[in-house]
Design a protein around this ligand. Structure first.
Ligand code: IVH
Length: 663
């Protein structure tokens, strides 16, 4: 075999192994850099030999967007659901039924955590992953193969030559990923997901696998679907085999013979389950032996050999000490319950959101009430209901303030909205929030302008809007409480640096409704300057991928407002750069490529060739390094050509380059 081909196979094997160590075992054995280098090398070989690319290559995890919806797929064997019980006694009844159906035979149970995600069916043929399907209604699911491929803990091939094997398990979103995703969604003014399961479901049903890939999903394998040619005798053996196949298997399972021990084990999770890095909603008790499972059989919907013991939702009772109202940067007044501190699902809860006025009215939540609070999806505390039977008459009905708690201006509730807003455009609380957002890390990234400083600056009339930050002087700063020479200098330096962060961040920093960090980047790249963006119509905006009508309308409305126009002019006058490199993509032939041109080109000037690459998504650099992905050689190439050969960088001629451009 060709040495290059051999290297390719070696790299794939190595990368699969390293990914398994990193994602599934959580025990990396090399640095990210070493991994990246191997990955890059593999990509280069595959680019030079497109016919060597196979769907199970680690480079093939993220495919392109599909149009329309997902195809339906009928499961070979239905994907069953589970019957459930909610108490120890109900579980004892299950045990008695199973024992009597088995004629009093001895038996073992395997008890697993019930992962709160989405069941999927993975189909492998001759060891190759060929299809991933949602459970759907149990009989017919949706083919989400391309999204499933992006999940790193799902192997794209397994050590099995079975012509057909189906592995079933749960796709879930780890809690840290869930929290990061929701934070990003709040930044982007999108509704956060209520719990990790919804987040996982939303992510799996994305038409664009690139989005799924960003969502950091994971997978626990726990069952076998239709299969041929493998002999497994028990659930315990299955879990061990699945781990051998390099699936992630939840390590918390245990085996028991006595139902009382099962019950003790289940209760051992009562106050431990919140510390798991993923959400669980119960435990699953399964008869271990597959032979006994077969004798017990299934009903149409559920197996008779397994049962789910559901954890009660994590709730606690506590008292509402008061209801306080805070202001966001859009001027919305949000009420929250201040609670008598109470322990719930691993944390002490002191506050719970009450969302808006209507929510409080609907639930009749009064100050002094005893209320039931719950963590939605086990994460965010909310007040579920009040307990009127516990009232002693001292409770008071809450009314929304008619004036802003921060500045005393009147508040209004617009038609069709649940939110009350402060009417004062100069409300210090709102401006304070706006400034906090403006200077935040993903926005203008100005370090050193904390809340207390901002409030002082506002109180002294030194700033009225975000642009005034750029007019601050050292004299003004050193006079502030808690400021010295050095901190003033540092802050001024940070302010100066922020002038050149570029249009993408400026757009995010402005706090235009629905324009998050990502929309900021897309808009900056598409329009190139704030002036071009200000002239854009809703149609111009919606023509861009990723910009929907809601964002488009909000942008148009924002720039139509004379006050905002004046703010942009003020920022410009202070020297804030509001331009970005504009990207007019003709197509994506060179998407992600780092190209070096060397030698004399006959058909293009250097500049034309560079522009042609950039217009197709690539980037031109001047020297060949390990990062270079493609070298275009003209006549009399020099040392760059030699270096590319040495590094094994893919090389194409000018003629080939021309062909690429015409693709
Ligand atoms: S076994 C025939 N094991 O629970 C047995 N299910 O309510 C099928 N689930 O649809 C399921 N963790 O999505 C099994 N360790 C586990 C599980 C589990 C979560 C989910 C699964 C299933 C649902 C039934």
């Amino acid at each position: 075999m060709d040495t290059e081909k051999a290297r390719l196979l070696e790299l794939r094997k190595k990368i699969d192994e390293l990914s398994y160590q990193y994602y599934t075992l959580d025990k990396p054995t090399v640095t990210d850099y070493e991994y990246d280098m191997m990955y890059r090398e593999l990509e280069n070989i595959e680019k030079a030999h497109p016919d060597w690319v196979t769907p199970d290559s680690p480079t093939q995890r993220v495919g392109s967007k599909i149009s329309g919806g997902f195809e339906k797929y009928t499961h070979d064997r239905p994907m069953l659901s589970l019957g459930d019980v909610f108490s120890d006694d109900e579980l004892r009844e299950f045990d008695q039924r199973v024992r009597s159906d088995l004629g009093g035979e001895s038996l073992e149970y395997v008890v697993e955590l019930k992962i709160d995600g989405l069941a999927v069916n993975l189909i492998y043929e001759q060891g190759q992953f060929i299809r991933g399907v949602t459970r759907g209604d149990g009989v017919v699911g949706e083919d989400i193969t391309n999204n499933v491929r992006t999940i790193r803990t799902i192997p794209l091939h397994i050590a099995s030559d079975s012509p057909h094997i189906e592995i079933r398990g749960e796709v879930y979103m780890p809690i840290t990923s869930f929290e990061a995703l929701n934070q990003q969604r709040r930044d982007d003014e999108l509704e956060p997901f209520a719990n990790p399961r919804n987040a996982a479901a939303g992510s799996l049903r994305q038409l664009d696998p690139r989005i799924t890939a960003q969502r950091k999903l994971a997978f626990f394998a726990y069952a076998l679907g239709g299969n041929s040619g493998i002999e497994i005798k028990s659930q315990e053996e299955l879990l061990q085999d699945l781990a051998q196949f390099h699936f992630q298997v939840n390590p918390e399972y245990r085996k028991f013979t006595d139902i009382e021990d099962v019950i003790t084990f289940i209760h051992s999770w009562d106050d431990r389950r919140d510390s798991l890095p993923y959400a669980t909603d119960g435990m699953v008790v399964k008869v271990n032996s597959f032979a006994q499972q077969a004798r017990l059989g299934n009903t149409v919907k559920i197996p008779r050999w397994a049962i789910a013991y559901k954890f009660p939702p994590e709730q606690a009772k506590t008292k509402v000490l008061g209801i306080s109202v805070s202001l966001g940067r859009t001027g919305v007044l949000t009420p929250a319950a201040d609670l008598e501190p109470v322990h719930l699902a691993g944390t002490t809860v002191k506050r719970a959101t009450l969302h808006n006025e209507d929510y409080i009215k609907e639930k009749d939540i009064r100050i002094g009430d005893t209320v039931v609070i719950q963590k939605a999806g086990e994460i965010i505390p909310e007040v579920v209901r009040s307990l009127p039977e516990r009232r002693d008459g001292s409770e008071t009905v809450f009314t929304m303030p008619t004036t802003c708690p921060a500045c005393g201006s009147p508040v209004v509730r617009r038609d069709g909205e649940a939110a009350w807003r402060c009417t004062n455009p100069d409300c210090p609380a709102v401006i304070g929030e706006k400034i906090a957002h403006f200077v935040s890390r993903d926005a203008m990234n100005i370090d050193g302008l904390g809340d207390a400083i901002v409030q002082q600056l506002l109180a002294q009339g030194l700033i009225h809007d975000v642009a005034d930050i750029y007019g601050l002087t050292k004299e003004e700063l050193v006079d502030l409480e808690g400021f010295g020479e050095k901190s003033a200098d540092n802050l001024l330096k940070a302010i100066e640096t922020s002038k050149s962060v570029g249009l993408a961040r400026v757009l995010f920093a402005l706090g235009i409704r629905f324009v998050g960090a990502k929309a900021g980047r897309v808009l900056a790249e598409s329009f190139g300057s704030v002036d071009a963006l200000m002239k854009a119509s809703t149609e111009d905006l919606t023509a861009i991928d990723d910009i929907g009508p809601r964002i488009a309308d909000s942008i148009v409305a924002y720039f139509r407002d004379a006050k905002n126009q004046a703010l942009i002019e003020k920022l410009r006058a202070h020297g804030v750069d509001m331009t970005a490199e504009k990207k007019t993509l003709i197509n994506t032939t060179f998407d992600g490529e780092i190209v070096v041109l060397t030698g004399k080109l006959q058909m293009f000037s250097r500049k034309e060739a560079e522009q042609a690459v950039e217009a197709r998504g690539g980037k031109c650099t001047s020297s060949v390094t390990k990062k270079t992905t493609l070298v275009v050689v003209g006549t009399d190439p020099g040392s760059k050509y030699e270096k590319a050969k040495k590094l094994g960088t893919p090389i194409i001629s000018e003629n080939e380059f021309k062909e690429w451009l015409e693709r």
